[in-house]
Structures are given as structure tokens and as C-alpha cells.
Design a protein around this ligand. Structure first.
Ligand code: NAD
Ligand code: ADE
Length: 416
């Protein structure tokens, strides 16, 4: 069973997936192990992920391990239709297409949930939330789940705190080989990629405002600076604000940044970070984008309310005309700029994120009797193994501790 935009796109999708496979050595190593050991034999997996070429490599890996996979998109605008078509022709139960309405989006989630999954993989926790609200009957039968992103982990920790979590969850986002690379270098590059594809604007010399200096914000600020922007950071956490200052960025509140910024990118996981009071003082021509998980960071509602008209000026770029004649430009309806206006993170980065996903699924299968209804992080050894395989694939060797060094590092006797 499947529903995709156009099955005729599948050949192009297969070529894209093969291109991604060439750039995902860690996941391909796991696939070859899975193919021999079949650790997921007979396991039904429901996944709600951005349907990209990298996701297809994960899906093929799970199938290689013996799983039956049901897949829906994790954002109404992020599905790559040719990839979805390719997966459908390979027998995956995929329900995803670009440009879904909100009700179609949830209909697709309900289709993958109807498979009665043993394990669920999510990006943003809409699938987990659905299993904890609409389909608790099926949620209570799930062995365990995984969560890909910071916002999803926050939602799941809130469920855990309320005592209502129905199954154990592995916070894949919180693996070192995930957030240090995906959130920072992945979003750093792909958010800039999305802004450029949507606007073809010059970054050099612009005042580029990044809201939030967490892992995603750091990556975007770093890459914008690399392209010659004058980067301003806004924060609410004094420690992270101080870090941004000492990394050499200007730090100020959004009330001041909105007066000077040319390009704004939100990366906070929070709502209404840029809103009416900010739009009202922005420069004519300011560009607005969001890299956080949900489309709540730039208040599109406020923008719609204060504008006299809007029009599409380029693919993924809308112009809002304000009563005083100023024009503001919103990329991708305020949804994840890197997935809507570009292709998401490069496969090399998703290699590590999805290696964590594949190993998390195997971990749940192997430990399902022991795991409690809690949010877990994968053991450090798994992180280290992923980093080791990645380094080896890049032909990079590192030193090993000598016996003498191990002893020194584990003793208290040696001092001055
Ligand atoms: P994080 O917790 O490391 O950082 C978020 C930062 O935003 C924090 O420092 C916090 O203090 C700050 N913040 C919160 N409210 C703020 C406000 N009103 N103004 C300014 N700063 C504020 O989280 P992260 O890992 O950087 O993730 C950020 C968001 O990006 C999440 O929604 C996450 O799910 C999403 N994400 C997106 C992608 C992508 O592909 N686009 C990839 C990874 C994560
Ligand atoms: N999240 C960010 N980039 C992604 C990609 N390329 N594939 C799947 N999920 C993503």
C-alpha cells in the first residue's frame, strides 16, 4: 500500500538514492551487517521522517535487516517526490508527497500507525503524540520508539515527566554523533543553501540575524560569517549569549536586531520569536526564514494580519506588502528552510544521524524486556563506534592511549 505524487518519478528517485548511498559509508556498513544478521526479522517499523534520499538509505537498511517499513513524511513540504516514488516501487508502504494539507499530513500518519507497529521512528514527535492521543490502544503495544530532533525530544521528556509515556524512547538527537554534526554542520550548510536557492541573494556584507545560539544557531552563524555576513545573534540564555559574544558575534535583543537585519533565521525551537512588533520596524526587503522544527518561530499569522497583500515572487519565496509600502520576504511559508527550499542536510551528515537511528532500532529489539517507559540516550560505545567508522571512511587515523597513559588517566596518585 502506498500513496505518492507520481510513480513515474521513481527512476530519478532510485538514482538519487544510489548517490546518497555513495556518501553514507557508516549506514552502508550497518546495512551489510544487518543483511547477514537479520536483527530486525519480522519487526514492523512505522517511521515519520522527512522523505529524502538519505531517509531512503535508512529505510533500505532497515529492510535489509528484516524489517517491514511504513513511512510518512514529517513535514507537509519536505517530501522529495521522486524518492517517495522510488520507495513505493520497492514495496515500502510510503504515504508522502510534497504540498500536503494539514489533514492530509495527519491522514498519512494514521495510515502508518494502522500497521500496528512494534517500533516507531519519529522526527518532531507528531507520530509519538498521535500514538499518545488518538491511538493509545496501539501506542500501548509499541516496544519502543526513537526521536530524531531537539523539539521532539523536548515533547517526549514532557510526556515522560507527566508519567504518560507509553513506551521507551531513544533520543537519537542526543547522541554526540547526531547533534554535534547534524544540527550544527548539517543545518549550518543546508539552511544557507535553502536561503540561496530561494532568493539568490548576496550574503557578503549583509546583516544576518540568527535567533538562538544552540547547536543549529551556532552552525548557521558560523557559515553566514564564512560567507562574509555581519552576524547578529539573539538569545534568551545568558550562557549561550556569552558564548556567542566570545565567538565574536554581535548579541542584542530581537527588538534591536529587527531594526538593522537584512536576513533573519530562527533556530530556537520556540514560538513567536519574530512577530508583529518586529515586522513593524524591519527594513524594506528584509528576508525571513526558519530553521527550527515547526513553523511557529516566525509568526506567519502576524505577518498575514499586518500585510495588505502577498504574492509569490519566486519558488519558495513570498512577498508581503505592508501598509507603508515596505516589503518583507518569507521563505518556504516559515517551515524548515533547509528542507523546503533545499534538500536538507547533505547525505554525509545524515550518515551519522541515521546510523544512530538504525542502531537505536536494533537496540530496542535487543533490550525491549529491560527498557522502562523512559527517554534514553544510546550508550557512549555506539557513538564512538559510529565516529570510528566515519573517520575510517575519511581515511583519518587517530592516536591510541598507551598503557602508561591509561594508568595515568585512571589514577589519583600522580600530581605535582
Ligand atoms: P538548542 O536547544 O541547542 O538551541 C536552541 C537555542 O534557542 C537555545 O540556546 C535557547 O536558549 C534559544 N532560544 C529559545 N527561545 C529563544 C528566543 N525566544 N529567542 C532567542 N533564542 C531563544 O536546540 P537546537 O538543537 O539548536 O535545535 C533548534 C531547533 O532546530 C529545534 O526546533 C530542532 O528540532 C530544530 N532542528 C532543525 C534541523 C533542520 O534540519 N532544520 C536540524 C536539527 C534541529
Ligand atoms: N533532516 C535534515 N536534513 C535531512 C535529510 N537530508 N534527510 C532527512 N532528514 C533530514
Amino acid at each position: 500500500m502506498f500513496r505518492v505524487a507520481d510513480l513515474g518519478l521513481s527512476e530519478a528517485g532510485v538514482r538519487e538514492i544510489e548517490w546518497a548511498e555513495k556518501h553514507m559509508p557508516v549506514l552502508m556498513r550497518i546495512r551489510s551487517e544487518f543483511s547477514k544478521e537479520k536483527p530486525l526479522s519480522g519487526v514492523r517499523v512505522a517511521a515519520v521522517l522527512h522523505v529524502t534520499k538519505a531517509t531512503a538509505v535508512l529505510v533500505r537498511t532497515l529492510v535489509g535487516g528484516g524489517a517491514e517499513v511504513w513511512l510518512a513524511g514529517s513535514n507537509p513540504l519536505s517530501t522529495q517526490d521522486h524518492v517517495a516514488a522510488a520507495l513505493a516501487t520497492e514495496g515500502i508502504h510510503v504515504f508522502a508527497w510534497r504540498g500536503q494539507t494539514s489533514s492530509e499530513y495527519y491522514e498519512c500518519i494514521s495510515r502508518v500507525v494502522s500497521s500496528e507497529p512494534d517500533i516507531v521512528i519519529d522526527d518532531g514527535a507528531d507520530l509519538h503524540a498521535y500514538l499518545h492521543s488518538e491511538r493509545k490502544d496501539l501506542g500501548s503495544k509499541v516496544w519502543g520508539g526513537t526521536e530524531e530532533t531537539t523539539t521532539g525530544v523536548i515533547r517526549l521528556k514532557s510526556l515522560e515527566k507527566s508519567g504518560k509515556l507509553l513506551y521507551p524512547v531513544i533520543a537519537v538527537n542526543d547522541s554526540l554523533t547526531k547533534y554535534m554534526f547534524d544540527n550544527r554542520y548539517g543545518t549550518g550548510q543546508s539552511a544557507i543553501d535553502g536561503i540561496l536557492r530561494a532568493t539568490n541573494t548576496l550574503i557578503a556584507g549583509k546583516i544576518f540575524v540568527v535567533a538562538g545560539y544552540g547547536w543549529v544557531g551556532k552552525g548557521i552563524a558560523m557559515r553566514a560569517r564564512g560567507m562574509g555576513a555581519r552576524v547578529v545573534v539573539t538569545e534568551v540564555d545568558p550562557v549561550r549569549a556569552l558564548e556567542a559574544v566570545m565567538d565574536g558575534f554581535e548579541v542584542m535583543p530581537m527588538s534591536k536586531a529587527s531594526l538593522v537585519g537584512d536576513i533573519f533565521v530562527t533556530a530556537t525551537g520556540n514560538k513567536r520569536v519574530i512577530r508583529e512588533e518586529h515586522f513593524k520596524v524591519m527594513k524594506d526587503g528584509a528576508i525571513l526564514a526558519n530553521a527550527g522544527h515547526f513553523n511557529v518561530e516566525v509568526s506567519v499569522e502576524d505577518l498575514e494580519k499586518i500585510s495588505v497583500s502577498k504574492r509569490v515572487v519566486r519558488p519558495n519565496l513570498e512577498e508581503y506588502l505592508l501598509p507603508d509600502g515596505r516589503k518583507l520576504y518569507l521563505i518556504g511559508e516559515g517551515r524548515l528552510v533547509n528542507l523546503v527550499a533545499a534538500e536538507g542536510h547533505p547525505s554525509e551528515v545524515m550518515d551519522m544521524s541515521f546510523a544512530n537511528q538504525a542502531l537505536a532500532v536494533k537496540y530496542i529489539v535487543n533490550n525491549k524486556e529491560k527498557l522502562e517507559k523512559r527517554v534514553y540516550v544510546l550508550p557512549r560505545e555506539i557513538d564512538e563506534r559510529i565516529a570510528e567508522i566515519k573517520l575510517a571512511s575519511m581515511n583519518i587515523e587517530i592516536d591510541r592511549l598507551t598503557e602508561e597513559q591509561v594508568k595515568y588517566l585512571t589514577s589519583w596518585e600522580y600530581g605535582t
